[in-house]
Structure formats: C-alpha cells, structure tokens
Design a binder for this molecule. Structure first.
Ligand code: HEC
Ligand code: HEC
Length: 206
C-alpha cells in the first residue's frame, strides 16, 4: 500500500509539470458547416492514427496481450517477458504494467528499449475499444458508438485526446519509435470535423 501511495503522489506532481508545457484546443466547427465528403477525408486521417502501432499496440483484443510492433521493433511480436494484461487490462492477475511502466522522470522515454512511462497508470485500453487488426469501417463504427467508446460523445472524445497522457505518448514515444502520424492538435481537429459531419463511415448508405 505504501508503494501505491508513492506512485500516486509521483503521478499527480508530474501531471502538473507536463500539463504546463502542452496546451491543445477544442475548436468545434459550427453545426452543418462540414460536408460528408470532408468528414470522410478526416476519417481517413483518423484511421491512419488509430491503426498506427503506437496506438493499436495497446488497443488489443481479448487475448489481453500488448504488441511490440512497427519498424523500430523490426517486425511484429507479442510484448516480451510473457506480459499479459489479464481481464483487468492492467496486469493485476500477472505482473502489473506499472511494475515496469511507472512514471519515473521526464525524459526517461528518450533511451531506446526502456519501458515507456507517462504520468498516468499504464494499461491496455478496454477490450471493446480493440483497434488491432480491425478495418477502417470496423474502427469507424466502434469509435462513434457510445456503447463501445466508453460513453463518449464528440466533445468527450476530443477531451480524451486533449487530456490523456497515454494517448499523447503515441506522438512523443521516444526511444527511436516512430510517432503516430499528424499531431495531437491535428487529430483533435479531425475528430471534430468527422463528428460535425455526422460521424460518416465509408460503408454507410448515403
Ligand atoms: C517486466 C517489465 C514490463 C512489464 C510488466 C510490462 N512492460 Fe510494457 N514494455 C517493457 C519494456 C522494457 C518495453 C520497451 C521494449 C523496447 O522498446 O524494446 C515495453 C514496451 C511497451 C509498449 C510499447 C509498444 C510500442 O508501440 O512501442 C507497450 C504498448 C507496452 N509495453 C504495454 C504494456 C502493458 C499494457 C503492460 C501491462 C499489461 C506492460 N507493458 C507490462 C516492459 C514491461
Ligand atoms: C499504453 C496504452 C495505450 C496507448 C499507447 C494508447 N491508448 Fe488509447 N486508451 C488506453 C486506455 C487505458 C484507455 C481507457 C481510458 C479510460 O478509461 O478513460 C484508452 C482509451 C482511448 C480512447 C477512448 C475510447 C475509444 O473509443 O477508443 C481513445 C479515443 C483513445 N484511447 C485513443 C488513442 C490514440 C489515438 C492512441 C495513439 C495516439 C492511443 N489511444 C494509444 C490505453 C492506450
């Protein structure tokens, strides 16, 4: 318990330190101002992000196993050391993710092959948000469905990207890993364009 308290304390301090450097804005386009075509173009960029290894390696299915994949890993492999998130998705049933991924200090992600860390509890994303191995239209249908996107409306999705240190790590992964495409701000803007266009997916009836 003492150890948990120490981690929580360290996390709280670091959140303040990181938040001071990075500001992202939510600038909602007016209702009716975005065409379906522009919404679909924004979706294609959103899919490039959600299917990128820096995001999909944590948004995995019910085997609960994070991936090590992408060019910097030289291929696609399950996370080493038999890591398994379990149904808890934080590894509570096995070795907790935090045993290796706990926040230590700013800059600790710069060295290659270190366990990445952010000022938030490291965990697999909930199983209903699986992106790994899913097609563009499958992820499109999931991300707009409050039953499977953790109850988020458009503002909630944008605010999650604005605030989540786990998500933002995908753009600043360090250690020679390729960052997710575009930027945090561009991804927020694309979500807003897609949402105001009515969350179109390519397979919808027009
Ligand atoms: C025994 C230590 C250890 C545990 C426990 C552990 N990890 Fe890791 N993890 C690492 C190390 C080390 C790396 C970096 C590997 C490298 O870059 O070669 C890593 C890298 C990762 C990455 C980066 C993949 C990428 O896209 O670059 C993810 C995601 C990840 N771990 C998820 C998890 C999750 C989720 C858990 C808990 C279910 C977990 N890890 C538990 C040591 C651990
Ligand atoms: C270290 C693991 C990890 C990585 C890497 C990660 N996520 Fe997640 N993601 C999570 C967790 C955990 C949640 C659940 C958060 C909660 O309960 O509030 C989540 C939830 C989400 C959600 C809300 C639910 C939904 O519909 O999916 C979005 C959106 C999201 N992540 C986007 C991203 C994006 C974009 C990236 C890459 C830039 C990314 N995530 C990378 C762990 C991760």
């Amino acid at each position: 318990m003492i150890r948990t308290a120490a981690i929580l304390f360290a996390c709280g301090t670091a959140t303040l330190a990181l938040a001071a450097g990075e500001e992202f804005t939510i600038d909602m386009p007016p209702e009716g101002s975005v065409s379906r075509a522009a919404g679909l173009e924004a979706w294609d960029r959103i899919y490039e992000v959600t299917s990128h290894p820096r995001c999909s390696n944590c948004h995995v299915g019910e085997d609960n196993i994070p991936l090590w994949s992408g060019p910097s890993y030289g291929g696609t492999m399950p996370h080493g050391m038999n890591v398994n998130g379990g149904e808890s998705r934080i590894g509570a049933e096995y070795v907790p993710c935090q045993a290796c991924h706990a926040y230590r200090e700013e800059g600790a992600n710069d060295a290659p092959h270190m366990a990445p860390q952010v000022a938030e509890t490291w965990a697999l994303a909930p199983v209903e948000t699986q992106w790994l191995g899913k097609s563009s239209t499958e992820i499109c249908a999931q991300l707009r469905d409050p039953e499977r996107n953790l109850g988020h409306d458009l503002m909630g999705l944008a605010e999650h990207i604005q605030h989540s240190a786990l998500v933002q790590w995908g753009w600043t992964p360090g250690g020679g890993r390729e960052p997710a495409p575009y930027s945090v701000q561009e991804h927020i803007d694309d979500l807003l364009i897609w949402g105001v266009a009515g969350f179109p997916c390519a397979t919808d009836e027009e």
